[in-house]
Design a protein around this ligand. Structure first.
Ligand SMILES: *[C@@H]1O[C@H](CO)[C@@H](O)[C@H](O)[C@H]1NC(C)=O
Ligand SMILES: *[C@@H]1O[C@H](CO)[C@@H](O)[C@H](O)[C@H]1NC(C)=O
Ligand SMILES: *[C@@H]1O[C@H](CO)[C@@H](O)[C@H](O)[C@H]1NC(C)=O
Length: 356
């Protein structure tokens, strides 16, 4: 059963033309009025565009299949999970980036994105590529809350924060970029100690979100990082297999993050902090691509195929495959919109009930 939903239900009326159809059924009388995203490039919708960083993609071929074919700073050929989740929940078509944008009132009340490609739980991760740390993202979030209060008042702001869904998607860049490539981190920590640091930082971050009013929080685990094309090239040998040491680090982090969530849930009354297992469905997609109509899993659609070590496509030298829908990966690190859609639809179906 489909039900229409829109931001105006917050103020008790719904203009039909501004509603989009939710693809999932929420429990009766329940609403998710807004979506708010934090983290890294998996959900960044353009917050890095004005930063001086190498971690940006506001140039073709990014956005090739986005509305109008424009490169908006989304790290894919089209929409990213932040947009797709907003769409599936019937909130809106796109989740706008908060930084550097003049947003409409409507966009503010239905949620925004603070995520920054290249960021992570380890504060060193965002520093390495000069992007927004999670604390920077919290500062923008505070600014957003102030604007919301001016716009709709204290009570409705609290309602939006308490009933809205928060996405927290980070950890990949800590493992892939910071731990395995930064000598200093490897000398200082072994993998068990480093994944502790990540999980502790995640826990601190979630406590801060709670203090600021968030209640429903979807916390995404790390994907099988060793199976990303860049990691296959770096550490997968001649056959470019999945790099096991990266995958083991992801799994260990996921175990710790999930345990942290179980324990903080009890200390934060009224919270619904849910660990989202991305690892297993993603690995299944990589191991059984044909099941979902994919042909190519071990290289990105844009780039130079097997030789690609760079994570992002290059505006000048990258070639682009003829059919990105048959590829799981768009570049050497980020899935295509179609792969994101397959994963998101599995995850939304599996987890949505846990937020009520
Ligand atoms: C939903 O709200 C309506 C109107 O307030 C009420 O009559 C109904 O019992 C509610 N349903 C549930 C399941 O709470
Ligand atoms: C705000 O909410 C509180 C508690 O729910 C309520 O008592 C109060 O009347 C509300 N204020 C306004 C202005 O709606
Ligand atoms: C592109 O790939 C998708 C998924 O494999 C397939 O369904 C579609 O027919 C392909 N399109 C073309 C033009 O080959």
């Amino acid at each position: 059963m489909k039900r229409p939903s829109c931001y105006l239900s917050v103020v008790g009326s719904c203009l039909l033309f501004s509603c989009i159809q939710a693809l999932v059924k929420l429990p009766e009388n329940e609403t998710i009025p807004a979506l708010i995203a934090f983290g890294d490039s998996i959900v960044d919708t353009g917050n890095n565009n004005d930063l001086r960083t190498i971690s940006k993609c506001d140039f073709p071929p990014y956005g090739k299949d986005f509305q109008g074919g424009v490169a908006t700073g989304r790290f894919s050929n089209g929409k990213v999970p932040a947009d797709i989740i907003a769409e599936e929940l019937g909130i809106k078509e796109l989740l706008p980036a908060y930084v550097g944008q003049a947003l409409s009132s409507r966009d503010l009340v239905t949620g925004v994105c603070f995520a920054s490609g290249g960021s992570g739980y380890d504060p060193m991760t965002s520093k390495l590529v000069s992007v927004l740390s999670l604390s920077d993202q919290i500062e923008y979030f505070k600014d957003y809350i102030m604007k919301l209060k001016l716009l709709v008042g204290e009570n409705k702001t609290n309602f939006i924060l308490a009933k809205g869904l928060f996405l927290v998607v980070a950890g990949s860049d800590d493992i892939a970029n910071t731990y395995f490539t930064l000598r200093a981190r490897k000398l200082q920590y072994d993998i068990p100690a480093y994944t502790d640091l990540m999980a502790n930082s995640a826990s601190d971050f979630l406590n801060e979100l709670y203090e600021l009013g968030a209640r429903r929080v979807a916390v995404f685990g790390a994907p099988p990082i060793g199976c990303l094309p860049a990691q296959r090239t770096l550490a997968g040998g001649n056959a470019r297999e999945c790099a096991e040491n990266f995958n083991q680090a992801s799994q260990l982090f996921n175990k710790k993050l999930s345990a942290k969530l179980d324990s903080i849930k009890n200390s934060l009354p009224g919270s619904r902090m849910v660990f989202i297992d991305v690892y297993n469905p993603f690995l299944d997609l990589i191991q059984n691509p044909k099941k979902h109509g994919f042909e190519v899993v071990n290289e990105g659609c844009c780039g130079t195929g097997n030789l690609e070590v760079a994570v992002l496509c290059n505006a000048w030298t990258s070639t682009t495959c003829s059919n990105d829908s048959s590829h799981v990966f768009w570049d050497s690190y980020h899935p295509t919109e179609r792969a994101y859609r397959v994963l998101v639809s599995l995850l939304v179906g599996k987890y949505v009930d846990k937020f009520f």
